[in-house]
Write a protein that binds this ligand. Structure first.
Ligand code: SAM
Ligand code: SF4
Length: 457
């Protein structure tokens, strides 16, 4: 396949250059247009990426908030990463797991240890896990991933497992599909070839094209729930964000369904990293702009925010269109049972517990959701997008968020969170307009109070 056709660097740089000519009026028109929720052209997204003026940025932030509320309501989906291994034969300069880091405490969890970690995550109240591992053909091959997923589903109440792992051939993706993963997620890190080459000097990850085409192989294997992103800080973020939008559009055109989520990881200090400084720093203001541009450009794509970011900024980004957040995260295998700084991939920044995080989320007027219903009801890929674009998704997601948050409050909530949470749930219930759904939700809340679990629409 000619991957230059997917990402044409000259085209991207040309768009960004031309975008500098846009007037204030042009920018305001683009922001206004975005509120129709039909997304933006690449030209329009480039113009917004060039905005530096605070007043205009505020207009973008307001539009992002408006679109987020219109499409997703005030729900925020909660998840936790589970690192099954930090063994890796690649040498990504920025990562603590790189093979050349001889000081890292290496460990690959057995299926039993994976189950113990999952139970520790579950004890925080989580229902959704993102399974993550290094790339080592002997230690973290497809069997390791499949066995880990199986062990979690068979031995815990975790309801959905997403996977972030190295690119696979089609036959291995089929095994992932068969074992019932939710989203398959992979970050291109940077779409800029030359920078990619420098950052990934050896190992199989040095192959840019094999990585770029991973999502197509996943799709061919039947996985239609896909996540993408770039590692912000490696190269000019404007280039990489625009390239992400182009990649997303390419997949959408080819398979009639674009990526389900875009992640926004920003480079963090890593134990023994080969990068002594961030090559292309992305400021907090830039990150807010990036979230807003994604929300305006691809309104139906979820945006995932991890604990790489600090508490204050995370709280602000929640307002701008983020739809999923991790909480209470550890980035070393075995980390939920025993923290070992010398085994981590990178330093997390937001150290708040799940319960503390939920209090903040609820206090800000967002509704935390532990829902996993769409995936279990096979509302994924094209089927999901159709529902989302018709806004029917609200009919399921909102009551499901209410029910799953209620479960959390009953089983794991601290007294303070329960107080905040119950007040929020009452308000949310009043927002359910469809009479039948409201009555059924009330009944199900009572059933939860009486001890039943896992009720969803
Ligand atoms: N090993 C697989 C790979 O590289 O695709 C999958 C998991 S890797 C542990 C997950 C992601 O962590 C990478 O894609 C990269 O974007 C991110 N990452 C690595 N080092 C990081 C750092 N120092 N700061 C922030 N994110 C980092
Ligand atoms: Fe290995 Fe992934 Fe880290 Fe690269 S980013 S060194 S592939 S774990």
């Amino acid at each position: 396949m000619d991957t230059q056709k997917i990402i044409n660097e000259g085209y991207i740089s040309g768009l960004l250059e031309k975008a500098k000519e846009a007037s204030k009026d042009d920018i305001l028109k683009i922001i206004e247009k975005s509120k129709d929720c039909f997304g933006l052209t690449f030209e329009e997204a480039s113009v917004l990426l060039q905005v530096e003026d605070d007043e205009l940025l505020n207009e973008m932030f307001n539009a992002a908030k408006y679109i987020k509320e219109k499409i997703y309501g005030n729900r925020i989906v909660i998840f936790a990463p589970l690192y099954t291994s930090n063994e890796c034969t690649n040498n990504c300069l920025y990562c603590g797991f790189r093979a050349a880091n001889k000081e890292l405490h290496r460990r690959t969890l057995s299926a039993m240890e994976v189950v113990n970690e999952s139970k520790a995550i579950e004890d925080q109240g989580h229902k959704r896990i993102l399974l993550v591992c290094g790339e080592d053909p002997k230690k973290t091959d497809i069997d390791h991933i499949v066995d880990s997923v199986k062990a979690i589903y068979d031995n815990t109440d975790i309801r959905r497992i997403n996977v972030n792992a190295a690119p696979l051939p089609v036959e291995d993706f089929k095994k992932l599909k068969k074992v019932g993963i939710g989203t398959y997620q992979i970050f291109q890190e940077t779409y800029h070839r030359e920078t990619y080459k420098i950052m990934h000097p050896t190992g199989s990850k040095a192959d840019y094209d094999w990585r770029l085409t991973a999502l197509e192989r996943a799709f061919e294997a039947g996985i239609d729930d896909l996540g993408i992103g770039v590692l912000l800080g490696l190269y000019d973020y404007k280039f990489d964000v625009l390239a992400t939008l182009i990649h997303s559009d390419y997949l959408d055109n080819k398979y009639n369904v674009g990526p389900h989520t875009i992640s926004i990881p920003r480079l963090r200090p890593a134990h023994n990293s080969a990068l002594k400084e961030v090559p292309c720093p992305v400021s907090d203001k830039d990150l807010k702009k990036i979230v807003a541009v994604y929300r305006l450009a691809v309104p139906y794509t979820g945006i995932i925010l991890s604990t790489r970011e600090g508490a204050g900024l995370r709280d602000e980004l929640l307002e701008l269109g983020v739809s999923q957040i991790s909480a209470g995260s550890k980035t070393n295998p075995g980390g939920y049972e025993e923290d070992d700084r010398e085994a981590t991939q990178f330093e997390t920044s937001d150290e708040r517990s799940v319960d503390e995080m939920l209090q903040v989320v609820a206090r800000q007027g967002h509704l935390p959701s532990f829902c996993t219903a769409c995936y279990r009801e096979k509302r994924t890929g094209e089927a999901f997008m159709e529902l989302a674009k018709d806004a029917h998704i609200h009919e399921f997601c909102h009551p499901n968020a209410i029910l799953t948050f209620k479960e959390y409050l009953l089983d794991y909530g601290s007294e303070e969170t329960r107080k905040e949470g119950e007040a929020l749930l009452e308000k949310e219930l009043n927002k359910v307009v469809e009479k039948k759904i409201k009555e059924e939700t009330i009944k199900r809340l009572e059933r939860l109070e009486a001890g039943e679990r896992d009720l969803y629409f």
